[in-house]
Design a protein around this ligand. Structure first.
Ligand code: AMP
Length: 421
């Protein structure tokens, strides 16, 4: 019997996994430069946290959660998103009692029961960043800039930043009612009608042409913003312009999770078709209170690392996209007794910080040299019986084919010098 991963699980194996690592590292690097700390947090949480935090009317909570009862009778759910768990963790560890805002990032798998397709999985990978404890619009712009710089570091260019404001508890209810009134008059199916009552903003997100056509004159939130929200939004827009970050006003942009208010944004990639969202975020000023904490305004984003890999592949071509292992030296033992010498050499190189691999098993010269070429290394270091008895190592430059014999005692230093020149 052979097994396969469960349906919809996204997996990465070399060399493609290196691109996933690079994507995570680019965002982590950008977050570290902005002084965000690393948080490692629960992969599963009390189900009630997501019901209260993400919102009962969201699709995620209604249809997509992996919920289970554990052996102790606890109702648990694999995290469908990060923010509720991050805020829970910040409160539990009292980070909000120190300096504000609390700035943290985390990364790992998230789980949603979705219809799997390219760019949409049941187990997928996110990088998540949150700034908790300030209403300052500068932090809204900061989170966007951190993401923007990470995409740029990855060489992703076909990116559009969509920006909107969803108002707050003063102005959103007024808008919600106006929108419901507009939507109720349209010709829509039963499920969409139900959505009008539960979560009308989500109807704006409907991708079907017959629905879209009817939404052309729908009221937009930006026309309903109260003075405070409108001012906040203007400051964010001005800050982004000042930072040289282009954005598109997207008055229809809503997000799948209920807790968002004020600043809301999404990063879209031009080449990814239906699953074009490579990241998104926004403010969630009421979330802390929703899950039993003190008032603690926050903002953050999550990016889909799977989709970033797809974006990199679509811009660069799959073959060029993956950096590989970055092996620098490849040891080639010729003859059984030489394995020990080669292992000693590659271990010394590794201890000196050089990425080194070697041929294993008994391979003839041709097969071993093919492995050396395949490794992507710059140098092959050969030790056969002759080299062994002369106390030398034969170095082959795999770029130009030049060879030379170097005393074994100087081999490590010789390679390090060549590699750094
Ligand atoms: P969300 O948590 O829904 O705001 O999503 C944030 C980002 O995660 C999106 O922009 C996507 O890039 C990614 N994402 C969300 N759901 C999935 C999924 N099912 N499969 C792959 N990526 C996803």
């Amino acid at each position: 019997m052979s097994f396969q991963a469960p349906k919809g699980v996204s997996e990465y194996v070399p060399p493609r996994s290196a691109t996933l690592e690079a994507a995570r590292e680019a965002f982590a690097g950008s977050a570290r430069l902005a002084c965000y700390g690393y948080l490692e947090t629960a992969v599963f949480e009390d189900t009630a946290l997501f019901v209260r935090g993400v919102g009962e009317s969201s699709d995620v909570v209604r249809k997509e959660m992996y919920s289970f009862e554990d052996r102790g009778g606890r109702e648990l759910t694999l995290r469908p998103e990060f923010t509720a768990g991050v805020v829970r963790s910040v409160l539990e560890h009292n980070l909000h009692k120190g300096a504000l805002p609390v700035k943290v990032w985390t990364a790992g798998p998230a789980f949603r029961y979705e219809r799997p397709q390219s760019g949409r999985y049941r187990q997928f990978y996110q990088f998540d960043l949150e700034a908790i404890g300030t209403e300052d619009p500068a932090v809204d712009a900061e989170t966007i800039a951190v993401a923007w710089d990470a995409y740029a570091a990855l060489g992703i260019t076909r990116l559009t930043l969509l920006l909107n404001s969803l108002g707050d508890k003063v102005c959103r209810p007024v808008y919600r009612e106006a929108l419901q009134k507009f939507l109720r008059a349209l010709d829509l199916d039963a499920e969409t009608r139900e959505r009008i009552e539960l979560n009308p903003l989500r109807v704006l997100d409907d991708k079907r042409p017959q629905v879209r056509a009817q939404l052309a004159n729908a009221p937009v939130m930006t026309d309903y913003l109260c003075e405070a929200c409108a001012a906040h939004h203007e400051v964010v827009r001005g800050l982004l312009t000042g930072l040289g970050i282009p954005f598109t006003d997207a008055p229809r942009l809503v997000r799948g999770l209920d807790y968002y208010n004020r600043t809301t944004y999404e990063f879209d990639h031009a080449l990814l078709g239906a699953q074009s969202g490579v990241g998104g975020g926004g403010r969630y000023d009421g979330l802390s209170e929703d899950i039993g904490g003190p008032p603690l305004p926050g903002i953050g984003f999550a990016v889909g690392l799977d989709r970033i890999v797809l974006a990199i592949e679509s811009e660069r071509g799959a073959a060029a996209a993956h950096p590989g292992t970055g092996c620098q030296v490849f040891g080639v033992p010729l003859g059984e007794r030489t394995h020990r010498d080669v292992l000693t050499l590659v271990t010394a190189l590794r201890r000196a910080g050089v990425r080194a691999d070697m041929a294993f098993g008994t391979r003839a010269l041709k097969g071993a040299m093919r492995a050396a070429d395949h490794s992507g290394a710059r140098y092959a270091a050969l030790i056969g019986e002759a080299e062994r008895s002369h106390g030398t190592v034969r170095m082959k430059d795999l770029e130009n084919g030049e060879q030379r014999d170097v005393p074994a005692s100087e081999a490590t230093a010789w390679l390090i010098e060549r590699l750094s020149s």
